[in-house]
Design a protein around this ligand. Structure first.
Ligand SMILES: *[C@@H]1O[C@H](CO)[C@@H](O)[C@H](O)[C@H]1NC(C)=O
Length: 204
């Protein structure tokens, strides 16, 4: 092996090029940052490890091929709507029916070849089994027709389901090769559950 080959190999390693050429940061790792000016701003270990607790599940049947796409100055705006959808509690009992779900996201080429990235902007209304409605905002990032990682926020005037309010549910979902999106909603923080939780969720 020629010395120049060895040398360029060493250089590549030193630069972190050979290990991960495609994800190498474009930022200069030697950039000087201002250190925290006082102790309270320094890093501290988390006080507890968050635990995801299942809250409920949504099944939504999207009419994926029946969309409106608009070339806007901000990108390709896609508008989809749902045929049908349901909410199930953590034990599998249906407690809501989804009405008028809409996804008006922006689609771009994904970072992986052959995939398309979707900025999720889903809004929908749910009829709960006590006759009250819930309004739902579901945002996040997705790969079109495959999976998504989102956050779901619900508002409702239902007393029975008041626990739905004021939680940012962690809401990963996938299509599993169908047009039905399964989204599992989790409480993000077992140490900070909202008031009025059903006993099955372990609330006092
Ligand atoms: C929108 O629907 C058409 C079929 O009408 C389909 O070919 C296209 O892939 C859909 N758009 C997206 C982004 O899924």
């Amino acid at each position: 092996m020629r010395v120049s080959t060895i040398f360029s190999g060493l250089l590549a390693c030193a630069l972190g090029v050979s290990a991960s050429p495609t994800i190498r940061s474009t930022f200069d790792a030697t950039t000087q940052l201002n250190p925290p000016s006082h102790e309270l701003l320094e890093w501290t270990p988390p006080q507890y490890t968050p635990e995801l607790i299942p809250a409920f599940q949504a099944k939504i049947d999207w009419d994926l091929d029946n969309n409106h796409t608009i070339e806007t100055p901000a990108g390709l705006q896609c508008s989809w709507w749902a045929r049908e959808g349901h909410w199930y509690d953590a034990e599998g009992r249906q407690f809501g029916e989804i009405l008028r779900a809409n996804d008006d996201g922006i689609v771009t080429e994904g970072t992986e070849p052959g995939t398309r990235f979707l900025e999720l902007i889903i809004f929908y209304v749910v009829l709960l089994d006590d006759g009250h409605w819930a309004y739902v905002k579901h945002t996040g990032g997705a790969v079109v027709r495959q999976y998504q990682n989102g956050v779901v926020r619900v508002v409702t005037d239902s007393e029975k389901y008041s626990w739905l309010n004021r939680v940012d549910f962690v809401a990963p979902g996938s299509f599993d090769g169908t047009e039905v999106m399964t989204v599992n909603h989790y409480f993000p923080n077992a140490n900070n559950l909202p008031n009025g939780l059903p006993p099955s969720h372990g609330a006092c």
